[in-house]
Design a protein. Structure first.
Lengths: 605, 411
């Protein structure tokens, strides 16, 4: 019987619509050739998707490696179609009841495949996902509890962007279904722009119900700053480096005392490679949210292999750079606002006088700002400049507030609220706008969250976050003055746009949203560890349901509320609560024994 | 035949100090096989104990791994631990003697046996200590004028009297590394073990002091060789010491640090006439291997509790306030510490059987003795009042022993 005909019969039993669609697509995406082994192999744009020698053996090897990672109860979602040798090999190595889903981004490619490769004997045990990426992501999350995504790179590369989109969709959908609580340790910097973000992250994670330990290094700032008294530059740098290393060890001590499921560091967090390596040895997963421009701050290159997960505020070139440098998992995670802090506020007349202005800019004195902002001085309206690092302000001297002092968060919220037109220029070390400007700064979200109107310079990633009904976007420095003048005279329009921007933040751009996305990503990349916990696998009820191997544990687990996360330490505590006269069974003794060893910290530092 | 198990999960020194209890138990119950549970790295030593039938390893690292793996839920952790325990194939035990007053020892005892003697004998969660364990805790806390040696107190914990004869460890046929074989088994000579390291930093003797002792031995004791004793952790210190020594003494020094297994170390110590060191495991091992030990006891070490067990050993005990003033951790670990504080020449004189002033510059000399209540130390050979009170201690604590358990044990 004809291979295609037979395959269509199989597919019709699984998915009649898909079978009908296959018959209608023209095909021709894959160039099919015989491999040396005689089996067909395929090329796209002269690039082989399978071995030109023996695609069956190659697929078997690929599958053997993947099977080692796979856990029972996981649903495997495969990216990469080609001629499906890899899917067949994996299907044949795994138990029948393990679900395999294949994401089919291009029906033409699939049609080429089923014209030459028989599905009989294995294809019946595969679920074919078709449709939009969002639809496929929904289907996966509806049908699977624990998901492991596997990628057969030679074939997946053909649809790289599509699959990236699918991953993002899946991550977002998985994030909506998280019910388990993690213990997350947030490590902040000593000082700087990522310090308040660390606070917002802590609030957001706690708001989502996770247990958060915050290693706050900001109390060490005074000591760090005091090192400025060392006049010799090299000596000072060396001592600062040593102090950072000590703070890294302090972070490690916190991890040792109460080991978390995950350490989330914010950029500039003083964690060294040695400390990260020790955390890896102790099986603590680590993530870094790098909330900096990767082109300006480049120390990530030395740290890139230290963290298990990287999250960055830029896309494309940034993701490529991190991957090339050796990052295992890197994902785009834009900044956000904390609406409990960045919100519309009322202020007194005195405050209005101090913080209010027709036009304001708040930020550090980068070169582009020094070059562009003087055009706003000397008009009939008021212009105020806030922020630090404005030494030698030149023409901006008359408008610089508080002598260029650093502005704290609560003051910045008042300034945003008390200003008619807030200028938001992303930092750049050149004269104009950053020609590679992509990532969106936190101020964009914070202004929007405050319900404050802003004029912002264009960024390639801005349209996906806010549209031009929410803020005035300028494409070059020459547009700044006319745009300001236009909006100064349109208060109602300003208010309407600002309101829309605030609504957008509340819908999609809070730190709560970001942390959900973040957890969805780490859960997806680590299905058997963080993923399973996030899916509630360590809830008492889930553990009871799975305690086939250790039925003795069931009465102990039933003492806990069903949706409480239960760990060894919790069971041990409940055993100890039985009191001194208790007679313990062997399993209880073993639990206590492991708990004793769990508390051992001597090899941590 | 029912079997008994003795549990000692602490370090080398404690395991060596448990040998009298094992010997006494075997003498008291000769028909009952007696096994030993000790840390995995010490199994090879336990297998040399003549009174022990089988030795089982306790793999703390494995338990730590079970407990700390982030991958597994508690049900999987329990399943793994259960499987591991089954793989260890421990025989059923009628009773377990537990010498460790910490939860791991107590829990191990209850996992492996229905009847426990020693800490935990009232139940795995019961904090009540048996009489001897309570006594040891008081001694550790209050010090006082205790004269019951730790090794004998272990016997008390096991509800047996100290052994009549001091146990002795003899190596079986074991080949030594070539560089150790020649000086040790070559020309007749005096072999002196120098125990370089110590588990705790505050019990380490400065290298400069060892340097002085080696020089003094080489100058005053004819035909002597000095065997540097220690594990891999002392390898660096041993090399540093060799580097410091004048060339003329180097052919008298045999560096055994980190180069021997425990059975090989026993073989070397069997060959030593003397062994010198602070209160450490290898010093006690040397004493049990037949060498005469000279201990330098300072910091927390106390001759009456942990002096080398047996007869013919000496301990220089640091005395009074000077201990803290001149021998704190900084002082002791400093490479340049003055040997003026250490009884170097007095130790050499002892090895030459010469006259020694028993009280010298902050150090008191104590000599080991033994009677039916175990080991004790005297300054001038005459037991003092505290030594004589050991009989009362034994009788009082024996009366306080858990009678129910005593009856069970005697079955």
């Amino acid at each position: 019987m004809d291979v295609l005909k037979q395959n269509i019969g199989i597919l019709r039993d699984q998915d009649p619509i898909l079978a009908a669609q296959i018959l209608q697509v023209p095909g021709g995406t894959l160039s099919i050739q015989p491999a040396k082994s005689g089996m067909p192999t395929a090329l796209v744009d002269s690039r082989y998707l399978h071995s030109a020698y023996d695609p069956v053996r190659e697929a078997k090897r690929w599958a053997e490696e993947r099977v080692k990672e796979c856990q029972a109860e996981e649903t495997l979602v495969l990216l990469g179609v080609g001629l499906l040798y890899h899917v067949q090999a994996l299907r044949q190595m795994l138990p029948h009841d393990q679900v395999i889903m294949v994401v089919v981004p291009d029906l033409s490619e699939f049609a080429d495949c089923v014209s030459v490769r028989a599905l009989e004997g294995w294809g019946e045990g595969v679920i074919w996902l078709t449709g939009s990426m969002a639809d496929m992501a929904v289907q996966v999350t509806q049908e699977a509890k624990r998901v492991r995504v596997l990628s057969y790179e030679p074939a997946a590369t053909v649809h790289r962007e599509t699959y990236e989109h699918f991953r993002l969709q899946l991550r977002e959908h998985l994030a909506q279904h998280l019910s388990g609580a993690l213990h997350i340790m947030v490590v902040g910097p000593i000082y700087g722009g990522s310090l308040p973000i660390a606070r917002y992250v802590v609030n957001a994670l706690e708001g989502l119900g996770h247990r958060v330990s915050w290693v706050d290094h900001s109390p060490h700032y005074a000591g760090y700053q005091n090192l400025e008294t060392i006049r010799d530059h090299r000596l000072r740098l060396t001592v600062q480096q040593r102090m950072s290393e000590m703070l890294a060890v302090i972070s490690l001590a916190h991890v040792a005392e109460d080991p978390p499921d995950l350490v989330l560091a914010l950029s500039q967090a003083p964690l060294t490679m040695a400390v990260l390596e020790q955390m890896r040895r102790k099986k603590v997963l680590t993530a870094m949210w790098f909330v900096e421009n990767f082109r300006h701050l480049t120390y990530w290159q030395q740290m890139v292999t230290g963290y298990d997960f990287w999250f960055v505020m830029q896309q494309a070139a940034c993701l490529d750079a991190f991957r090339k440098a050796g990052a295992k998992h890197v994902s785009y995670l834009p900044l956000a606002a904390d609406p409990a802090i960045h919100q519309p506020v009322a202020f007194t007349a005195k405050e209005g006088q101090e913080f209010g202005a027709d036009v304001s800019f708040l930020g550090a004195g980068y070169r582009n700002r020094r070059h562009i902002l003087p055009s706003l001085v000397g008009h009939e309206w008021t212009f105020k400049l806030w922020g630090n690092e404005w030494d030698n302000p030149g023409a901006l001297a008359p408008v610089l507030q508080r002598g260029g002092a650093r502005i704290d968060t609560s003051t910045s919220v008042k300034i945003f609220n008390a200003t008619s037109v807030n200028i938001n220029l992303h930092s750049y070390t050149g004269d104009g706008f950053d020609p590679e400007g992509d990532g969106v700064n936190p101020r964009t979200f914070e202004l929007a969250s405050c319900g404050a109107f802003q004029v912002v310079d264009t960024r390639t990633l801005l349209p996906a976050l806010f549209d031009e009904s929410m803020m005035a976007v300028i494409n070059n420095p020459d547009q700044l003055l006319p745009t300001v003048q236009t909006y100064l005279h349109e208060p109602a329009r300003r208010a309407a746009m600002a309101e829309l921007s605030r609504k957008r933040v509340l819908e999609a751009h809070t730190y709560g949203h970001r942390m959900k996305t973040f957890l969805g990503a780490v859960g997806m990349a680590s299905p058997d560890r963080l993923g399973s916990i996030l899916q509630g696998d360590r809830h008492a009820e889930s553990l009871v349901a799975r305690s086939g191997q250790t039925p003795e544990l069931i009465p102990m687990l039933k003492q806990f509320p069903q949706t409480d996360r239960v760990e060894l330490v919790d069971v041990a505590k409940s055993i100890r609560n039985k009191g001194p006269e208790a007679r313990l069974n062997r399993e209880e003794l073993l639990i206590l024994m492991m708990d004793e060893y769990r508390q051992e910290k001597r090899d941590f530092l | 035949m029912s079997r008994a198990l003795l549990i000692q999960l602490a370090r080398l020194g404690d395991l060596v100090q448990s040998l009298p209890a094992l010997t006494a138990l075997q003498t008291a119950y000769p028909e009952r096989p007696l096994d030993l549970l000790c840390p995995s790295p010490l199994v090879a030593l336990g297998e040399l104990f003549p009174c022990v039938d089988r030795v089982f390893p306790w793999n703390g690292e494995q338990w730590h791994e079970f407990a700390t793996t982030k991958m597994t839920d508690c049900d999987q952790q329990l399943a793994r631990a259960t499987r591991y325990l089954a793989d260890c194939a421990y025989p059923p035990y009628a009773l377990a003697y537990n010498l460790n007053n910490h939860p791991r020892g107590i829990l191990a005892a209850h996992v492996l046996s229905g009847l426990v003697v020693g800490p935990g004998e009232y139940g795995p969660l019961n904090q009540t200590l048996p009489a001897w364990a309570g006594y040891l805790r008081r001694i550790a806390r209050d010090r006082g004028s205790n004269r019951v040696h730790l090794a004998d107190a272990f016997c008390g914990l096991c509800q047996v009297s100290p052994p009549l004869d001091v146990p002795y460890l003899q190596a079986q046929e074991v080949s030594l590394p070539f560089e150790l074989e020649l000086p040790v088994n070559g020309e007749p000579s005096t072999l002196i073990g120098i125990v370089l390291g110590a588990g705790d930093a505050d019990r380490r003797v400065p290298l400069s002091v060892w340097q002085d002792l080696i020089a003094a031995c080489a100058e005053h004791i004819p035909q002597c060789y000095l065997l540097l004793v220690g594990g891999a952790g002392e390898r660096e210190a041993a090399l540093a010491l060799e580097h410091r020594l004048p060339a003329k003494y180097l052919n008298r020094v045999v560096n055994g640090c980190g180069r021997t297994s425990l059975p090989q170390l026993v073989a070397l110590l069997n060959r030593c006439q003397w062994v010198v060191g602070s209160d450490t495991g290898p010093l006690h091992l040397g004493a049990m291997c037949g060498a005469r030990a000279i201990g330098w006891y300072f910091s927390q070490a106390r001759v009456h509790e942990t002096g080398p067990y047996g007869i013919g050993h000496y301990v220089w005990q640091r005395t009074g306030a000077k201990l803290r003033e001149s021998l704190d951790v900084r002082d002791v670990s400093a490479a340049g510490s003055s040997s003026a504080y250490w009884p170097v020449m007095e130790t050499v004189n002892l090895m030459q059987e010469g006259t020694v002033n028993p009280t010298t510059d902050g150090w008191d000399l104590w000599t080991s003795n033994r009677d039916e209540w175990g080991a004790f130390y005297t300054r001038d050979g005459i037991p003092d009042e505290a030594v004589l009170r050991r009989k009362d201690t034994w009788e009082a604590l024996s009366q306080l022993a858990n009678q129910g358990i005593r009856m069970e044990v005697s079955k």
